[in-house]
Design a protein around this ligand. Structure first.
Ligand SMILES: [Fe+2]
Length: 371
């Protein structure tokens, strides 16, 4: 028992920790080595910067005490090398009193402390202990930051997954209820992306348009099936009921799509008309969000060229003519022109229904979620 107490009390503070003493004067080096060994360090020695690097290459050490003036490679060059290659190593520089400015420059470069010659052993002891404390805090802080960033990144990914899972669930529910709308939405997304390319829009806006177009009719989930699948002509009340879908869609998706307002505006405003007689808000001209104006052209073209229970499909030429005649009244003329450019002669229309693709969030919306 007495023996154990004695051992604990006499255990040097840095027992077994490795360090490297760099000085071209063997006598000074020995003084430092003896002092540090007394503190428990296992010391290696180097007579120059070059030797010090060779020693470090054999294995990194937590602490280097280095003189500044040395032949071959001076302490400043050595310090720069150590900070770049072994950033977890604490460096204390030893300077003559006259070199205090160089010592300060070393601190700015990343040395953790300096000791002025001639030094007192107690002072060296205190500086070493402080430098190693500082090193430990720096490492802990860095690891903490890194851990934090990883956690934030992971949570952002999870939020994004949850968002897409939520939207997917809606899309699949709608598909089960109304297979036509799902195929229609995907074709509309493809037409819209082609128009967007023809207008040279940036990638983020194209992603927004693709997402909004795929979801534009999701509100039909709230429309009764008998109305949705009615073969004959709709009554006024039935038409009003079916035309509630933009508002229902925007209401359902609103909380999920706070970070993608452009896509949400497509859901709400794709039945607006340029002349202000559209639904649900009777927006006019530029007051209709651009993304919604674009998707409404694609939406109308696909609706006209698809077979519906209550009517056969129109020919492509007929549908194109309708778009042209609707310019400035129902449709934005620039967008109709872009559609005609995108699907100029030789393109086979209408496009087939694409394979189901996973939904993708626009880049900016993802960044907003991560911020
Ligand atoms: Fe619609």
């Amino acid at each position: 028992m007495g023996q154990a107490t004695y051992t604990l009390r006499s255990m040097p503070p840095f027992s077994g920790m490795r360090c490297l003493v760099v000085d071209d004067e063997p006598r000074l080096r020995r003084v430092l080595v003896r002092l540090l060994e007394g503190e428990g360090f296992a010391c290696a020695e180097a007579g120059s910067g070059v030797e010090a690097l060779q020693e470090l290459e054999k294995g990194a050490v937590p602490l280097v005490i280095s003189d500044l003036r040395m032949p071959e490679m001076d302490g400043v060059t050595l310090l720069r090398e150590i900070i770049t290659r072994w950033p977890d190593t604490a460096v204390i520089v030893v300077t003559a009193v006259a070199e205090v400015e160089s010592a300060v420059a070393c601190l700015q470069m990343g040395a953790l402390d300096y000791v002025a010659k001639p030094f007192h052993l107690d002072e060296v002891r205190a500086r070493v202990s402080q430098a190693l404390d500082k090193r430990r805090l720096l490492i802990e802080n860095r690891d903490y930051q890194q851990g934090l960033e990883e956690r934030v990144e992971m949570q952002a990914r999870r939020i994004e997954e949850l968002f897409l899972e939520g939207v997917h669930a809606l899309v699949f529910a709608l598909e089960a209820k109304d297979a036509y709308t799902r195929g229609h939405s995907m074709r509309v997304a493809n037409y819209s992306v082609e128009i967007a390319h023809a207008m040279d829009l940036d990638k983020d806006l194209i992603d927004t348009i693709a997402l909004g177009a795929e979801l534009h009719d999701v509100g039909k989930i709230g429309v009764s099936e008998s109305v949705l699948h009615k073969a004959g002509k709709l009554s006024d009340a039935e038409y009003r009921h079916i035309m509630e879908h933009p508002v229902i869609g925007a209401r359902i998706l609103g909380p999920l799509m706070r970070d993608a307002p452009g896509a949400l505006s497509i859901v709400r405003s794709h039945h607006e008309r340029l002349d202000g007689t559209g639904l649900p808000d009777r927006l006019k001209g530029d007051a209709i969000p651009f993304e919604a104006r674009l998707v409404s052209v694609a939406d109308a073209f696909d609706a006209m060229t698809s077979v519906r229970p209550y009517r056969p499909s129109l020919s492509v030429q007929h549908a194109m003519r309708e778009l042209q005649e609707g310019q400035g009244v129902q449709f934005d003329p620039d967008i109709v022109k872009a559609f005609l450019r995108a699907f100029s002669e030789g393109t086979s229309l209408p496009i087939p229904t694409p394979q189901l693709q996973p939904l993708r969030l626009p880049t900016r919306a993802m960044e907003a979620r991560r911020a």
